[in-house]
Design a protein around this ligand. Structure first.
Ligand code: ADP
Ligand code: MG
Length: 308
């Protein structure tokens, strides 16, 4: 005898499955991106039903992303692709992820030590050139030379930017670093007075060698505000002297900014240590290295920090 109960259960199950399938198909065929995709590819409703599972995968993942729900590949958005008459779902990085990845790459390439983080946005495109035409041209040439440095053996001489406070010396260094990063060239921009204070603090912990090694060897080094605080003999000879000597010997591009001209830096700053002892020969040796590494440019113009 026929089992009526079992038959009925089967029918209800079938009915429920059909109903589920109908709702699923409805959800997929109401999605505006699916409709657009079908139209663009001249696909019929029959094609859509034949590819329902892929279309459903697309709609489901897309809606989860829109609601901020975690998907199996965070940061990747689903896209529909037609292969013959078969629909595929591919996953591509979202704009947000691409932006984040670029930002991470940039922060690996531009290291700012003790300098405001907003310098990461400094750009040569936004640079107000008035009074600074020479330094700007030199900056552009320097960037080009650095880009070609691997293919030519022409050592790119850096810039020694001098000028009074607020004329935009640090800003220009940061803009150069940001442009170099766009070409995958790594640079380190250091606020030199703060670096010296940090080095003094690191003496007892034996961390100075490690710090000096990093600064010595970075592909592009920028020493910002050299001359702003007095150096003791150790900082002048065993830190600055060692870094400059290494970079000169290895032809590693190096840039500087200072309130002093090169001449004044040598005579008024490098000659004297913080105790006032005079060492003109040592100052001359250091200046020879700086002159090997960089060309002096005077920056002029209004004080942009405190415009009068
Ligand atoms: P300096 O290092 O010569 O003392 P900064 O580079 O710190 O001067 O510049 C002073 C201020 O002016 C900063 O806030 C900087 O962001 C801004 N600034 C400098 N040059 C420019 C520029 N060309 N375009 C836009 N802002 C600038
Ligand atoms: Mg500055």
């Amino acid at each position: 005898m026929k089992n009526v109960g079992a038959d009925l259960t089967k029918q209800i199950k079938n009915h429920n499955l059909k109903e589920k399938y109908r709702l699923l198909a409805q959800k997929v065929l109401n999605d505006k991106d699916v409709l657009k995709f079908l139209k663009e590819n001249s696909l019929t409703k029959v094609d859509a039903i034949a590819n329902l599972s892929k279309l459903y995968e697309f709609v489901d993942k897309k809606q989860k992303m829109e609601c901020g729900k975690e998907t199996f590949a965070p940061g990747y958005a689903p896209h529909l692709l037609l292969s013959g008459r078969r629909v595929e779902v591919i996953y591509e990085p979202t704009q947000k992820l691409v932006k984040w990845q670029l930002k991470m790459k940039h922060s690996r390439l531009v290291d700012l030590i003790q300098l405001p983080k907003q310098l990461r946005n400094a750009s040569i495109q936004d640079y107000d050139v008035k009074g600074r035409e020479g330094p700007l041209r030199a900056a552009l040439t320097f960037i080009d030379e650095c880009r070609n440095y691997t293919t030519t053996s022409q050592f790119p001489k850096g810039l020694y930017l001098c000028g009074s406070l607020g004329v935009g010396k640090t800003y220009l260094l940061a803009a150069i670093a940001n442009h170099l990063a766009e070409h995958d060239i790594q640079s380190l921009l250091i606020h030199f007075p703060s670096f010296c204070t940090k080095m003094m603090g690191a003496i007892n912990e034996n961390r100075t060698t490690q710090e000096i090694e990093k600064v010595k060897k970075v592909p592009i080094l920028m020493l910002d505000d050299i001359g702003a605080t007095r150096l003791n003999a150790w900082l002048r000879d065993s830190v600055l002297g060692v870094i400059l000597e290494y970079r000169m010997q290895n032809e590693l591009p190096t840039l500087f900014s200072s309130n002093y001209s090169m001449k004044d830096l040598q005579e008024q700053y490098l000659t004297f240590d913080n105790k006032g002892s005079s060492e003109p020969l040592k100052a001359m040796r250091l200046m020879e290295r700086i002159k090997f590494l960089a060309i002096e440019y005077k920056m002029e113009g209004p004080n942009r920090r405190n415009p009068s």
